[in-house]
Write a protein that binds this ligand. Structure first.
Ligand code: MG
Length: 162
């Protein structure tokens, strides 16, 4: 059995915050606003995995009303969410994700994002594909008001070797 899940997230870009994407701190004059570290890519990946597993969304597992998740490292939340999904006997086939940001240029940071996400999920880096695009100046991403991310995850049912 093959299962797919989709994840989408947006955070607002503001001054006085770090810009963290896929666990990589990226030098920029603004960062993403949120209760946790506001790692929009990692949140989209987490939601894609939870979606594929039929387990709701990140807000259900890690409510932003809970002080425990203030400034939380989103890679740790991802690892926890993935453990809950794998407990249902699924293996990860692939994750494909895209970050939508007009600025800064993200190309050079993508390999480290892929490494961080692969490590959090304890899978090979070959399973993780991350892309980035601008919107040619259109919309909130294009105006630099925020950054969005989409992710799709594909899971396969683990073979029962009992
Ligand atoms: Mg989020």
């Amino acid at each position: 059995m093959i299962l797919t899940g989709i994840g989408y997230d947006v955070h607002r870009l503001v001054r006085g915050r770090k810009l963290i994407l896929g666990g990589v701190t990226i030098p920029y004059r603004k960062g993403l606003l949120g209760h946790s570290d506001a790692d929009v890519l990692t949140h989209a990946v987490t939601d894609a995995l939870l979606g594929a597993g039929g387990m709701g969304d990140i807000g259900r597992h890690f409510p932003d009303s809970d002080p425990a998740y203030k400034n939380a490292d989103s890679l740790k939340l991802l690892a926890t969410a993935w453990r809950k999904v794998t407990d249902q006997c699924f293996v990860l086939t692939n994750i494909d994700a895209v970050i939508i940001a007009q600025r800064p240029k993200l190309f050079e940071y993508i390999p480290r994002m892929e490494e961080n996400i692969a490590r959090a999920l304890t899978v090979s880096i070959d399973v993780i594909n991350i892309k980035a695009t601008t919107t040619e100046g259109l919309g909130f991403e294009g105006k630099g008001k925020g950054i969005a991310a989409w992710a799709v995850a594909t899971l396969a049912e683990a073979i029962d070797e009992r």
